[in-house]
Write a protein that binds this ligand. Structure first.
Ligand code: PHE
Length: 358
């Protein structure tokens, strides 16, 4: 028994002395492992009388438990110490001045999305997302664009090979399928915007096969056209930074909204110079309307109880207008000189408090 007490004291001392995780692991193997000191002693139990076997066995088990507990405790201490050391090493001085960002600019597309999110976020819209490779059903059918609908032709869709459980896959032609995903996932009232990439098979100075949109969707019990108009007039004025920007709603058609409208903003081309604001001319910038009850029903929402409005804005288009970028294709050419000219400083994050373009 004296041997066992001594063994216990020795093992506990070596746990205490271990100064690294590796050393502690060595101690564990040496004490508790298959060929460890305690296991070796256990092997000798067979040679003892029944009484002795019981008392020595119990004593050895208690040594084993005590050593295991000591190792556990030491491990916890070491883990704490390691975390503390890491936290200390990672400490940053937040009062340091920023580094001058000599290179590196925020792309106008990212900046414009940030601006739109800042304006509509302030109005209580949350940001939603959906996949760029979309099921035909979400992109068309659920949005009240059935197989034989002429609107399908207008979208110049990129179809993917193969057929999924909701029809063939497409590269989404607009961000409107995020409306469907949101309506299926969450219960009204809801208020979301969904910025993202969209694809259509088209390419010239004003069309690119990949471009960006921001979708907006509001669904509640008493939402009406007045809310749609108020939201979008306010959005246009905030985005272009013109409190008196003329905004007009022109009747239009989309299968997923009824009634539908396109929104024009005032502009002038007087003297050969193009300017946004009061003038003799109008420019279309977005599509919108009251959510077609069929779309709500397709998503299992009772259209006699709920109604909503939706809109879709082309990001490139409003970026080109605000920042005077003449050719859409230059957005994707990765020309550094272009980015230096049209890009934004990384730390100029747009917000309604700090300003959209500080
Ligand atoms: N999805 C339409 C488009 O891409 C825009 C839109 C969105 C119109 C929502 C009405 C409502 O042209």
């Amino acid at each position: 028994m004296a041997d066992i007490d001594q063994l216990k004291a020795e093992l506990l001392a070596s746990v205490e002395a271990a100064s690294s995780l590796a050393a502690l692991e060595d101690v564990r193997v040496h004490a508790l492992g298959k060929k460890g000191a305690i296991t070796e002693q256990m092997k000798g139990l067979g040679a003892l009388s029944a009484d002795e076997r019981k008392s020595v066995g119990q004593a050895l088990n208690s040594v084993k438990d005590a050593v295991a507990a000591a190792i556990e405790a030491k491990l916890a201490i070491m883990a704490d110490a390691e975390l503390n050391a890491k936290l200390l090493a990672e400490k940053i001085d937040v009062t340091l001045p920023q580094r001058p960002e000599a290179d590196g600019f925020v792309h106008p597309i990212s900046q414009t999305i940030e601006e739109v999110v800042a304006i509509l976020g302030e109005m209580g819209f949350g940001v939603a997302e959906g996949p760029e490779i979309e099921d035909d059903w979400y992109n068309f059918t659920a949005l009240n664009i059935p197989e034989d609908h002429p609107a399908r032709q207008e979208h110049d869709t990129f179809y993917l090979p193969g057929v999924g459980d909701k029809g063939r896959k497409v590269l989404r032609t607009h961000t409107s399928p995020v409306q469907i995903r949101t309506l299926l996932k969450s219960k009204p009232p809801l208020r979301i915007i969904a910025p993202g990439r969209t694809y259509r098979c088209d390419y010239d100075a004003t069309h690119s096969p990949m471009f960006h949109q921001v979708e907006g969707l509001v669904v509640d019990k008493t939402v009406h056209m007045g809310h749609l108009k108020g939201t979008l007039i306010e959005f246009c004025r905030a985005y272009f930074g013109l409190d008196d920007l003329p905004v007009r709603f022109r009747p239009s058609y989309f299968p997923f909204t009824e009634p539908s409208a396109e929104v024009d903003i005032g502009c002038t081309r007087a003297g050969g110079e193009f300017k946004i604001g009061h003038g003799d001319s109008w420019l279309e910038i977005l599509g919108c309307g009251m959510v077609n009850p069929k779309v709500l029903e397709n998503c299992g929402i009772d259209s006699t109880e709920y109604q909503g409005f939706a809109f879709g804005v082309g990001i490139e288009r409003i970026a080109m207008l605000k920042y005077g970028i003449p050719d859409l294709r230059t957005f994707y050419e990765s020309d550094l000189r272009w980015l230096r000219h049209y890009g934004f400083k990384a730390l100029d994050v747009p917000s309604m408090v700090g300003g959209l373009n500080p």
